[in-house]
Design a protein around this ligand. Sequence first.
Ligand SMILES: *Cc1c(COP(=O)(O)O)cnc(C)c1O
Length: 370
Amino acid sequence: MVDLVGQYEKIKPEVDAALMEVISTAAFINGPQVKAFEQELAAYLKVKHVIGCANGTDGLQVAMMALGLKPGDEVITASFTFVATVEVLALLGLVPVFADVLPGTFNLDPADVARKVTPRTKAIVPVHLFGQSADMDAMLAIAREYNLFVVEDACQSIGADHTGANGKRKSGTLGDIGATSFFPSKNLGCYGDGGALFTNDDELAMKIRRVCNHGSRERYFHETIGVNSRLDSLQAAVLRIKLRHLDGYARARNAAAAEYDNAFGPLEGIDIPGRSVFSNHVFHQYTLRVGGGRRNALKKHLEAQGIPSMVYYPVPCHLQEAYKSDRFPAGSLPITESLAHEVLSLPMSTELDREQLQHITQAVKEFNNK
Ligand SMILES: *Cc1c(COP(=O)(O)O)cnc(C)c1O
């Protein structure tokens, strides 16, 4: 699905030198690379604070802890997401309340979010799925009306621009806190696990750093219960280099998406990904909707031709074994449930060439003509 080796080959001298520098100085934990990367990413995102952490899941968990959310507090989020979004809520004793998504963009439906607000609601977690920002103006308006926090799950959307009431802003920097992941296959991926939190609020930034550092600001003095969650220096060194290429990577992904759109736009029974009017797309995934119960057949057809494809996500969170108990009331989420049977993500990377794209588009067209 992604070509991380091909991508590495193009930046190998820079990356190798940066890694060797960390190793030769042995500044593995909280080394100067971490601080430098946090500052460079903050400048790129035009956000006041970036705080590195160990992975995107931790980022979301730390956000909830820094906001002081308490067991029983309700948090409205998507069921059509990677499980991490929901898992951290459940771990903290919070109650995930699922809202449905829009069929075109796969992002939270503001009308359904508003319907799910109760007196116990404390936060909304919009997931910017597949590389496109959710409707943040609508989310922030609901949050203002009911006095809720907004934590953005920006694990798939780093670099995307949201254009709305506040002008053009980077995805993940509009709510109280944003969290992202540097898992290798993410748009800004490191060479292992990594993550970060974003905020414009000085007080929240202090609390986030404290939670990440065992609830401590001064060594061996613990003011709150925290966790150990750090971005390590080797990963930060890689990320500093890849950050310089992030916009170029997004252009490469968009070029591949444009080829796909041209090929699949006219096809009957297959829908290309919908574009949001308030966000550009950085195509973490290029995801088709295949109607008529033919999704799995298309996946098999591609497989037979050596083309990988993936179903993100085959089972929505509210129907997962772990989350279908009375503790997690879901109600009905018709769009989410139908998407689980229709979506298929095609190969998407910074390294797809014309020949590969042609092979893939031909295979899909051939299937659709059968
Ligand atoms: C990848 C991802 C996460 C988790 O990130 P990790 O770094 O793997 O912990 C959370 N939410 C979404 C939407 C993701 O895609």
